[in-house]
Design a binder for this molecule. Structure first.
Ligand SMILES: C[S@@+](CC[C@H](N)C(=O)[O-])C[C@H]1O[C@@H](n2cnc3c(N)ncnc32)[C@H](O)[C@@H]1O
Length: 329
């Protein structure tokens, strides 16, 4: 594809969640094509600032062109969001009014075979967001033992044919490009009638998550993001599969509770305090109009939380001698 574009998912929902105002400061930790970032810059004119990150150097280059009209108000950094706090501090970015994480891959990465993410376009077996870091999918696919391959495909792809696919990979290797792998998986997986997705979708997702250590990066960034918000600021996360969504949900649930002691402990010992309030209990998903126009949005879920400005009133500092406090759940 010569001119791919990335349609930002849940675009209106993100804006409704943040309700960005002139002069506010936002962090977009996953710039992608810069669609959400541009909307935030427009809404925060004339002097709101935006700090944008992406692990993919090509995204930074693309977005710096797109956002050139706002260049005086933006700081774009080629970095994994695992280092979000360090990046914000290095650039002396003020406490943020909102932080967006729109996870996964952009249409650019899927449509440009060269990035090695796509089973639709021939490309090197790479799959790294950042081609300068770590090792690529080829070295894993061609050297991991069968069990390790099967475990990765099963765990991160939730692929029921993981063992069969791993066996086929080991027999066929070395594999040289994405198309070879996609065709091998398609031949191995029993075709299911009416299946909407390509048979290699889950395998590619699994390898990408593993190669980029995506779930660990997400777990690392969430507490940093809360620390970087001003009181009242909003964290919004769009995830595209259940593994990511579970991490975001559990984080938001935990951080919106005062006590996280196991239920068998009658007196709070953790002294944990709620730092956020969840905005949507189940998250927001795309409306039919959006899913019709943009199939990527079908699996998107937006969760959001507002940072508390005062420790929650229900929580008095607990000392070992204070009276037992019953957990509500
Ligand atoms: C779905 S796209 C974001 C699209 C964007 N919201 C827009 O409006 O165009 C996800 C982007 O996040 C980047 N990304 C994924 N994981 C990352 C990480 N751990 N650190 C930094 N960037 C990451 C990808 O390289 C990709 O460009």
């Amino acid at each position: 594809m010569n001119n791919p574009t990335h349609i930002p998912v849940l675009y209106q929902e993100v804006l409704d969640t943040f309700q960005p105002q002139p002069g506010q400061n936002y962090i977009d930790a996953t710039l992608g094509g810069g669609g959400h970032a541009q909307a935030l810059l427009q809404a925060t004119a004339p002097d709101g600032r935006l700090l944008g990150l992406d692990a993919d150097a090509a995204a930074i280059q693309r977005v710096s062109q797109r956002l050139a009209p706002w260049s005086e108000r933006i700081t774009l950094v080629h970095s994994n969001f695992k280092a979000l706090e360090e990046v914000a501090q290095a650039h002396q970015f003020p406490a943020a009014d909102g932080i967006l994480l729109d996870l996964g891959v952009s249409s650019y990465q899927l449509d440009e075979g060269a990035t090695g993410f796509s089973f639709m376009h021939a490309g090197p077996l790479d799959m790294r967001f950042d081609h300068t870091q770590g090792s690529d999918a080829a070295s894993f696919v061609n050297h991991a033992d069968e069990k390790e391959l099967a475990d990765v495909i099963y765990t991160y792809g939730e692929e029921r044919y993981a063992r069969r696919i791993a066996r086929a990979i080991v027999r066929a290797r070395p594999l040289h490009n994405t198309q070879e792998l996609a065709e091998l998986v398609a031949r191995t997986v029993r075709p299911r009638p009416h299946r909407r997705i390509h048979p290699a979708t889950r395998t590619f997702q699994a390898l990408r998550i593993y190669i980029n250590d995506e779930l660990a990066a997400l777990q690392t960034v969430l507490p940093q993001a809360v620390r970087l918000l001003r009181p009242g600021g909003i964290l919004a996360v769009i995830s595209f599969h259940s593994l990511e969504d579970r991490i975001v949900k559990q984080f938001m649930r935990q951080e919106s509770q005062d006590c996280i002691c196991p239920p068998r402990i009658p007196i709070c010992q953790c002294h944990h305090r709620a730092s956020i309030v969840e905005l949507y209990r189940k998250g927001l998903t795309a409306q039919a109009a959006e899913t019709d126009q943009n199939p990527r949005s079908r699996s998107a879920r937006l969760r959001a939380a507002r940072k508390l400005d005062i420790p929650s009133a229900s929580f008095a500092p607990v000392s070992p001698s204070s009276s037992p406090r019953r957990r509500s759940s």
